[in-house]
Design a protein around this ligand. Structure first.
Ligand SMILES: Cc1cc2nc3c(=O)[nH]c(=O)nc-3n(C[C@H](O)[C@H](O)[C@H](O)COP(=O)(O)O)c2cc1C
Length: 195
């Protein structure tokens, strides 16, 4: 990797017992490494300490509050990232509370960065979670890219070993989204550096 390689943090959003999320996260991280445009860091929210009680002052006004020790790895990865991809299921037609909490504990770590999505779930394919997250990230001044990867009824698409039975379509979707994410990450990183 060259010294100016962009950094991508892939966030596995679900912390549910018995979750499938890490399989999708591992698959996407592998696609991102193959893309070769990013240095990839895979972060699992199940390993982070994520209290729902936020600091008194909005993060936009006090962007570096005292955070729980168990949040340090997440915060450091987001701070270093030029782009972030959230791997999310639909939970009751939206995103899981864990990713909202992770978002709300940060501001500058998201701001003016490129954000992409990989969705999976039942019939919804993560699309409602993705649509709702776009609204949330607008408030964080992050740029969400148009293209995404979706796995509706993922249990019909992955085999028992966690491998896609027919990978071509989703690999192409991931490559397209990563190209778009890379374009925006280059532009936004240059703009942040110049500002
Ligand atoms: C409480 C709950 C609500 C859910 N709501 C939806 C939903 O609205 N739409 C959908 O397509 N799937 C829904 N599902 C299915 C989940 O997307 C599916 O269980 C998925 O595996 C969850 O991700 P995880 O296994 O990584 O936790 C729901 C699952 C749970 C547990």
């Amino acid at each position: 990797m060259s010294s100016n390689t962009l950094r991508l943090t892939v966030v596995v959003a679900s912390v549910r017992e018995g979750r499938f999320g890490p399989v999708v996260g591992d698959w996407f991280a592998e696609q991102a490494r193959r893309h070769e445009g990013f240095e990839v860091d895979l972060i699992d929210l199940a390993e982070a300490e994520l209290p729902v009680a936020l600091p008194a002052t909005p993060l936009r006004m006090d962007p570096d509050p005292l955070r729980p020790a168990g949040m340090a790895e997440l915060t450091a990865s987001l701070a270093a990232a030029d782009a972030i991809v959230v791997v999310t299921p639909d939970i009751n037609n939206s995103y899981p509370a864990s990713i909202k909490t992770a978002i709300d504990w940060h501001y500058t770590e998201w701001s003016r960065k490129a954000v992409g999505f990989v969705g999976y779930s039942g019939a919804g394919g993560g699309l409602n979670a993705i649509a709702h997250l776009r609204q949330v990230f607008a408030e964080l001044d992050a740029h969400t890219v148009r293209d995404y990867v979706s796995f509706p009824r993922y249990y019909q698409l992955f085999d028992a070993d966690g491998r896609l039975t027919d990978p071509a379509v989703h690999e192409a979707a991931a490559a397209g989204m990563l190209d778009q994410l890379h374009w925006w990450a280059v532009a936004l990183t240059a703009a942040r550096t110049a500002a």
